[in-house]
Design a protein around this ligand. Structure first.
Ligand code: GDG
Length: 471
């Protein structure tokens, strides 16, 4: 059986409860079948020269974690610079926020080259390599230049914008060549896939070979959508933990007479937080029955704080929550609880379960796992309502949520009002349909489908176990 090699910018120890979706998804496979997980160690070393990094290897159960440190210059150009100030905004349709500085682009290529060199030294001829996300698009091309002929797949966790936006990225022709070094390119949604296919046909003159196969630059790739899911059982297990139950009990008591709305996001401009706060303000202004009652708890966990655009959004949110609380708050009721800290994952589960309404209203999102986590832990007899942006990847699957256009603040407020007033029978019916899909299309189905495609299996159906990484 081939060995699975997973490559992602950050690696995680899947045994830790803080491990996120990817760690859980690939960790389970690696833990049972063995393999290698390769990525950045998370360490930045000031005295190191650009393009150099020390390789660390650690045995974790049956698999190996291999990580590389980054020099300060590499970290700033590859990670903060090109990945998060050029590709992240551009792929989230925000060319206005993108900074295509040449030096950052050079750093991005340099780090991918360095990662490829370190990784190549660890590879075996029959390995199957699964690369994750926008930080590492050139990795396969670099590996190919070193003579690697293994099957290599790429999964993009963020959205793939339409061709005119991609075409605005300087050097986008190079992006195409990088993609064609992979055997499989996976995206989150059908819409992302349509964008990708249009782009490779228009810009790389890719020739369709039938099915989901395309040929260009003397290579053939398979392009397909693989919507990522969550580990439903793992999250339900967290919801039964002591911390989750404590959080649930505390909130239940405190908000006995109120109606709780929740939002949980990394503090990122793609998540539509100012628009969400404005919609909530509109709700209080237009539907006064919600005053002294509706309370929005917004967890906005800090990320990438040293990127300028993130500072602006933080100030905007502090201003908006202060304004709403100032205008509507009473001695014994604060409409917005804005928490700019990371919460324990277990507590999140308790928070979701208390909420009458979840507001998942990104302006653009690859998938959005919070929407699925919320559905997974609702009480089926008395479930909360999901208000979901039509621009989240999750909206392609979660059709029974109340879908909104987050830019349309007034209509979003109307929809939130509808969610708050939704009769029990309708809540149950919608939840049952959503839960069924979240459970069926979970993270394990996602992993199996991707690995089956990467193994070149004809019928890469989610129900089939892949030969590689058979968990
Ligand atoms: C990328 C794509 C795609 C949030 N706050 C806290 C916390 N979280 C957890 C949530 C959830 C995860 O972080 C966020 O996942 P999302 O899917 O919402 O978004 P991104 O982080 O932007 O992830 C996205 C995803 O990749 C997977 O492919 O869906 O579109 O952008 O699990 O619960 N966790 C803890 N404390 C917090 O305060 N512990």
């Amino acid at each position: 059986m081939s060995r699975l090699v997973v490559v992602s910018n950050r690696v995680g120890d899947p045994r830790k409860p803080s491990a996120g979706g990817l760690a859980v998804a690939v960790g389970e496979t690696l833990a049972s079948a063995g393999g290698l997980w390769f990525g950045w160690s998370g360490q930045v070393v000031d005295e190191r020269a650009p393009g150099e990094g020390e390789l660390h290897q650690q045995r974790v159960g049956r698999f190996t974690l291999a990580t590389v440190d980054l020099s300060r210059q590499d970290h700033d150009s590859y990670y903060l610079g090109y990945s998060n100030q050029a590709l992240w905004p551009a792929f989230h349709y925000r060319l206005d926020l993108a900074d295509f500085e040449r030096a950052h682009f050079e750093g991005y290529k340099r780090v991918n080259r360095m990662f490829a060199a370190k990784l190549a030294s660890l590879l075996r001829p029959d390995d199957v390599i699964w690369v994750h996300d926008y930080h590492l698009i050139p990795l396969a091309a670099e590996l190919r230049m070193l003579g690697c002929t293994q099957r290599i797949g790429f999964f993009l966790h963020i959205p793939l914008p339409p061709p005119p936006i991609l075409a605005a990225i300087p050097g986008h022709e190079g992006l195409m060549r990088w993609f064609f070094a992979y055997d499989v390119v996976g995206v989150q949604t059908q819409m992302d896939l349509e964008h990708f296919v249009r782009f490779i046909k228009d810009e790389a003159r890719a020739r369709p070979l039938g099915g989901d196969r395309y040929q260009a630059y003397e290579r053939t790739l398979c392009a397909r959508s693989f919507p990522i899911g969550i580990d439903v059982e793992e999250f339900q297990h967290l919801a039964r933990s002591r911390e989750a139950l404590e959080t649930y009990a505390t909130l239940k008591e405190e908000y006995a007479k109120r109606r709780l709305l929740v939002g949980v996001d990394r503090l990122d401009y793609s998540k539509g937080l100012p628009q969400r706060f404005r919609a909530f303000r509109e709700l209080l202004a237009n539907y006064p029955e919600n005053r002294m009652s509706a309370t929005l708890i917004q967890i906005a966990s800090p990320t990438r704080e040293n990127v300028h655009a993130y500072e602006d959004i933080r100030h905007e949110l502090e201003g908006l929550s202060g304004e709403i609380n100032g205008n509507y708050g009473e001695l014994d009721w604060m409409p917005v609880r804005y928490i700019h800290r990371t919460w324990a994952r277990r507590r999140l589960a308790g928070l979701y379960r208390n909420a009458r309404v979840a507001l998942v209203t990104p302006l653009r999102d690859g998938m959005n796992l919070v929407a699925k986590e919320f559905i997974a832990v609702q009480d089926a007899e008395d479930p909360g309502v999901l208000v979901l942006s039509r621009f989240a990847g999750a909206a392609e699957q979660l059709r029974e949520a109340l879908l909104v256009n987050p830019y349309d603040v007034e209509t979003t407020a109307q929809v939130i009002q509808r969610a708050l007033r939704m009769p029990l029978a309708e809540r149950r019916e919608r939840h049952a349909a959503l839960y069924e899909r979240v459970r069926r299309e979970d993270v394990h189905a996602w992993r199996r489908a991707f690995l089956a495609a990467l193994n070149g299996e004809q019928n890469a159906d989610a129900d089939q176990e892949a030969a590689v990484g058979h968990a």
